[in-house]
Design a protein around this ligand. Sequence first.
Ligand SMILES: Cc1cc2nc3c(=O)[nH]c(=O)nc-3n(C[C@H](O)[C@H](O)[C@H](O)COP(=O)(O)O)c2cc1C
Length: 307
Amino acid sequence: MWKDWIRPFVRPLPQWSVVAMAPPQQAVTATLHWDGDSADVTADHTVASLKPLVIATSIDAGQRPVLEYRDSATGRLLGVLRLARAASVPIENTSLSLYHVAAGEHRCLGWPRRPWNAWLQNRLMRKHRASNHLNMEPAVAQQLMIAYLCPRPVILVSVDAPGHRNIFPMDLIGPLERSGLFSLALRSTNVSVPTMRDVRRVALSGIPAAMKDVVYKLAEHHKQPLADWDALPFPVRLSREFAIPAVAAALHIRELAIVHSQEIGSHTLFLGRIVSDENLAEGTQLHHTAGFHQAWRRRQGVPFAEV
Ligand SMILES: Cc1cc2nc3c(=O)[nH]c(=O)nc-3n(C[C@H](O)[C@H](O)[C@H](O)COP(=O)(O)O)c2cc1C
């Protein structure tokens, strides 16, 4: 059909691709480079805020490091983010570095498809700006897609306190390996932020790919708390130490003791230590990656399983 042939020329790729893979993802390797030095940060960098776009890592990589994303199997460069040092955050006996994203490029599409796809995506973003509550600049949204070249796992975060209970999806999360900390970047408008600052404990459920629809539906709980644990459309089980209701069908349930929280732009960055980690099932977890990454994988004949 001529329409199938013409589509890539008139329609942008989706910004995000929802994929299934066994955790932890190993398809993409992230490396920080600075002053002739480098460090593998595949399990040691995370998004700390969207507006401005800030990356956190346990590495002190100087003033202007470059973050490179490469396909692990082939070594092919997929994209880079150019960073600029913003702050250092001392926490307990360690410290984290915060970096603004100054610029970024990806290499998942060739020329002229790369600039043309970005132009189509940015035009669509401007058109839907009113419904995009963070109102991100298109150039920053492009940089965020590059940060998603490392596929990000989706979890459900449970909060349970007298008078407030909630469960909502997150993917701006991750281990900061060298510091032993685990981060959650939560928009400060989220209705559970004050409770999380107060009770300082949450349960994190690793979500099987098959639960995509039910998990997306729970996004509404970023704005309104959960009325009753019994109201959820799936069974819960109590987490091991804190007895917080979590997803019974989760691949794993981790409990996080929050040791620090601070506002960074649009988001509140929570940092905690994992106090228990129960592996409950084998299987693929829901992940998000950039649409242009999946398009590149498809061209190589190795697409991620889409959900
Ligand atoms: C799978 C999934 C993952 C999400 N991850 C995060 C996250 O890590 N941090 C966050 O603040 N919001 C997260 N959200 C929430 C949404 O980005 C959004 O803030 C929420 O749906 C409320 O949207 P609105 O205020 O733009 O209408 C996630 C939503 C979904 C469906």
